[in-house]
Design a protein around this ligand. Structure first.
Ligand SMILES: *[C@@H]1O[C@H](CO)[C@@H](O)[C@H](O)[C@H]1NC(C)=O
Ligand SMILES: *[C@@H]1O[C@H](CO)[C@@H](O)[C@H](O)[C@H]1NC(C)=O
Ligand SMILES: *[C@@H]1O[C@H](CO)[C@@H](O)[C@H](O)[C@H]1NC(C)=O
Ligand SMILES: *[C@@H]1O[C@H](CO)[C@@H](O)[C@H](O)[C@H]1NC(C)=O
Ligand SMILES: *[C@@H]1O[C@H](CO)[C@@H](O)[C@H](O)[C@H]1NC(C)=O
Ligand SMILES: *[C@@H]1O[C@H](CO)[C@@H](O)[C@H](O)[C@H]1NC(C)=O
Ligand SMILES: *[C@@H]1O[C@H](CO)[C@@H](O)[C@H](O)[C@H]1NC(C)=O
Ligand SMILES: *[C@@H]1O[C@H](CO)[C@@H](O)[C@H](O)[C@H]1NC(C)=O
Ligand SMILES: *[C@@H]1O[C@H](CO)[C@@H](O)[C@H](O)[C@H]1NC(C)=O
Length: 732
């Protein structure tokens, strides 16, 4: 299982790098040891300073290692925000440890991978929106690849000193400096072993963290573009908010032990919001998942953690971050798409997808099919070279030509072989553009078939590829095919993803050390949609500094722009409640609040061990008769019910809403539902007389033999505020 950041950009390249790096590790560490995380729950109440010794003692006791060896094996001791440690262990040693009473879980550290301008305007959030009174007090923690501090997006002109609650530091290695915009920065790398292409400092050499940080809370930078493409003002939502950088992702990915160390610091440093566009494939239990563990301990400090859904869609249940205390973000399009045209000698033109900073300037070049240029001495044949992979093409035949490829590659093989451009085929939805190192147009197979036909039938076929440009896309927004889909694999009765945000063709700040070597770059991925939502959450926080993480999440979820299942058949499993509307999130009317204890009650009801939950909370209250609940009663702003195919179903959900609109207001329940569902809300009128007053209601959902997915909606409306919650019943 690989942990990864979530940009789509050359994910295959990152994968290759990750594989290389893992090999290095295997040669240089004991063959049977690997990093493990030992999670022990809530932070120790006393013993500040002692735990590293306590942790190696525990290791010694469980495994029989010498004291010296046990100390050597420790990588991190987590004590500031929760209790636990990371150590190099053999599987056998880990098994011995996992038998101990005093810990919650022991799991191998996985290597995770990295999962505009126009986008904020597109969602009705112009640069003229009012600023929250507490904007400069909001601190957003970015757990990512670091940051390029010299970018215009992070200048601190007009900023005062950091808010007094800030307790973090700035690790200034390698010429890295913080300012009053970037108020803190740290970096983490397992055992301090950093590969040559990486910089041992919070400085970003990959670009991803610079991009996500500026998307969330970057300053307004006029006339930003990628070589003139997508030009406009680059900006985040709250330009005066502060950034705290936690660099955990490197060219070989991001390891769980580092992620957890970053969470521990971010919580103790005093951030308000944590954003991470990182994930791992596969289904992981909450307490074997560094992101779920870290974000859980953030709740107590009212810190909301936002995470990307993942880029492994459109398969069902491909979602990668799904803990109920996270806000999980899918990716959708904006009304500008980045296209690259391919023109043939016969005048035919195709609108392909790709990001080309250069085109062939309208000049026609000879066109050759990769399948007709195999490097035979290199062991390739026609069917292999038709994909144009590195080393498969005959340089003599493709030099100076445009090459037709019946597959996708990053273009490096073509560039090495001397090609000037390429037409590539994708078998996917082609709803997204990548950056290539040479001019490329990506087409679907029906179009490459036409190009192939022309190439076959013409004695001197020619083609040209244009520089990319942004064109209006009237079909936006829809959730792109790569965005990971629900339902939630661990807690099927909690809807995931929660909502969607722009994640396609996003222009934002970049590290000039990464390709392309530019100050602003265009990227796609749920990595990009997550920081848009982080920015929206920071905006809400800047008006409501005391709101809990669940309150901010509820405000974002219940105020969305409604999406349509005609564009995304998976409906809520693609877009959750819908598309973020940051301005509307300021006025949710009612919120569905929740605290740590509510999540613990839900976990009790889901069968999580009482012993473990007591360790997680650090007290004895978990799973007593009053502190036990069911997943249906977690105060979540959406409703999901998994039913059995062909069977009748019936479930009651309890909810409590808090009035944050106007003091005297009366809300009526409006239910929109197909006739196959019977939905009853009790009571169906809620009359409030004060702000922050709470009212409870129940909602009973019944029916028989559901189809795969049935969508409905509950709206609490007082005539001004419409508090919208989707309802999904499904049988997947
Ligand atoms: C530090 O970085 C700044 C900004 O990139 C650069 O101008 C300066 O030359 C660097 N200094 C060193 C010693 O690398
Ligand atoms: C760190 O990695 C380098 C190669 O990148 C290797 O030579 C060295 O032995 C490694 N050190 C440790 C402690 O793993
Ligand atoms: C805007 O940016 C473009 C390309 O980066 C540059 O050519 C142009 O001079 C800039 N215009 C202004 C007004 O700064
Ligand atoms: C064919 O591949 C081999 C091995 O990758 C390479 O050395 C050689 O230059 C290639 N030949 C041509 C004509 O491209
Ligand atoms: C091309 O080579 C591959 C791998 O060596 C082989 O599986 C395939 O059958 C070959 N195709 C043809 C048409 O010879
Ligand atoms: C190819 O198919 C796609 C979707 O199936 C369609 O939108 C496009 O217009 C087709 N292109 C051509 C050249 O027929
Ligand atoms: C083009 O020619 C190849 C053989 O060189 C053949 O396999 C293919 O079907 C032809 N395609 C079209 C669209 O003409
Ligand atoms: C909590 O509730 C669940 C289901 O309602 C039940 O299975 C479990 O035994 C209860 N736990 C305790 C400690 O009462
Ligand atoms: C709200 O209603 C109560 C009772 O109906 C009344 O006493 C109070 O003055 C009202 N408050 C406001 C702000 O209108």
């Amino acid at each position: 299982m690989d942990r990864h950041l979530f940009p789509l950009l050359s994910s295959f390249l990152l994968l290759l790098l990750a594989m290389k790096a893992l090999r290095v590790h295997a040669e240089t560490t004991e063959p049977n040891q690997r990093p493990y995380i030992v999670y022990m729950g809530e932070k120790p109440k006393e013993l500040v300073g002692l735990p590293p010794i306590a942790h190696s003692e525990l290791l010694k006791k469980a495994t029989g290692l010498s004291k010296e060896e046990a100390t050597k094996r420790l990588i991190y001791s987590y004590t500031k925000s929760f209790n636990g440690f990371a150590a190099m262990l053999s599987d056998e040693e880990a098994r011995k440890l996992s038998g101990l009473e005093e810990l919650v879980s022991v799991f191998p550290s996985k290597q995770r991978q990295l999962h505009t301008t126009r986008s904020w305007n597109f969602m009705g959030f112009p640069s003229t929106v009012p600023h929250g009174p507490f904007e400069s007090d909001v601190i957003v923690g970015m757990i990512d690849t670091g940051i390029w501090p010299e970018s215009k997006s992070f200048n601190d002109i007009g900023f005062g000193p950091p808010p007094s609650k800030w307790k973090g530091i700035c690790q200034s290695n390698h010429n890295f400096t913080c300012n009053n915009k970037i108020i803190g920065a740290r970096y983490y790398h397992l055992q301090g072993n950093i590969s040559e292409q990486d910089i041992p400092s919070p400085r970003d050499n990959l670009g991803h963290g610079t991009h996500t940080s500026s998307t969330a809370v970057g300053r307004f930078v006029k006339n930003a573009s990628l070589a003139g493409i997508a030009d406009g003002t680059a900006r985040g939502s709250v330009p005066f908010a502060r950034i705290a950088v936690y660099k955990v992702c490197w060219s070989d990915g991001c390891s769980d032990v580092d992620l957890l160390a970053a969470f521990e610091d971010a919580i103790a440093d005093g951030v308000d919001i944590i954003s991470l566009s990182i994930g791992a494939g596969g289904t992981i239990n909450y307490f074997d998942d560094s992101i779920a563990i870290g974000s859980f301990h953030a709740i107590k400090k009212n810190i909301l953690t936002l995470s990307s859904a993942g880029n492994s869609g459109p398969d069902i249940s491909s979602i990668e971050n799904y803990a109920p205390w996270l806000l999980t973000v899918a990716a959708s399009t904006i009304d500008r798409k980045i296209v690259a045209r391919a023109k043939l000698g016969n005048g035919e033109e195709f609108q392909g997808m790709a990001i080309n900073t250069n085109g062939l300037d309208g000049e026609m070049y000879p066109l050759i099919f990769g399948g007709n240029a195999p490097n035979i001495s290199g062991g390739a044949n026609s069917s292999i070279s038709s994909f144009c992979g590195e080393g498969t093409l005959d340089k003599k035949l493709v030099k100076g030509k445009v090459v037709l490829c019946r597959g996708l590659s990053d273009g490096s093989g073509l560039l090495l072989a001397g090609a000037v451009g390429a037409i590539m085929q994708t078998n996917g939805a082609n709803d997204d553009s990548f950056w290539f190192s040479l001019p490329v147009s990506v087409l679907q197979s029906n179009s490459t078939e036409q190009v192939q036909h022309y190439t076959n039938k013409t004695s001197n076929p020619t083609a040209s590829i244009s520089k990319s440009q942004g064109v209006f896309d009237a079909t936006a927004p829809y959730v792109v095919s790569f965005s990971s889909r629900g339902p939630n694999p661990i807690t099927p009765n909690i809807l995931k993803p929660d909502l969607t945000a722009p994640g396609v063709g996003i222009l934002a700040a970049w590290s000039p050390l990464s390709n392309p070597k530019v100050p602003y770059n265009i990227m796609s991925g749920t990595s990009m949609s997550c920081p848009h939502t982080t920015g929206a959450a920071a905006y809400v926080k800047s008006f409501n500094p005391t709101w809990s993480s669940a309150a901010i999440k509820s405000a974002l979820i219940t105020t969305v722009y409604v999406m349509s299942s005609t564009k995304n058949a998976e409906a809520e499993f693609a877009y959750g409640a819908g598309h973020i509307n940051p301005l509307a999130a300021l006025s949710p009317g009612l919120i569905y609040d929740a605290q740590e204890v509510d999540y613990i009650k839900m976990l009790c009801g889901e069968g999580y061990s009482t012993k473990n939950l007591k360790l997680v909370t650090g007290d004895q209250s978990s799973c007593t008769s009053t502190n036990n609940g069911t997943v249906f009663d977690l105060n979540y702003p959406t409703f999901a019910l998994r039913a059995q195919q062909g069977k009748t179903f019936s479930a009651s959900f309890q909810r409590t809403v808090t009035n944050v609109g106007v003091s005297n207001s009366t809300y009526k329940a409006i239910v929109n539902s197909p006739s196959s569902l019977k939905i009853n809300v009790e009571p169906n009128v809620l009359a409030f007389e004060a702000l922050l007053e709470k009212k409870s209601f129940s909602i009973k959902i019944e029916g028989d033999a559901p189809k795969i997915t049935i969508s409905a909606v509950l709206i609490w409306s007082d005539g001004t505020y419409n508090v919208r919650s989707p309802i999904v019943v499904y049988t997947i």
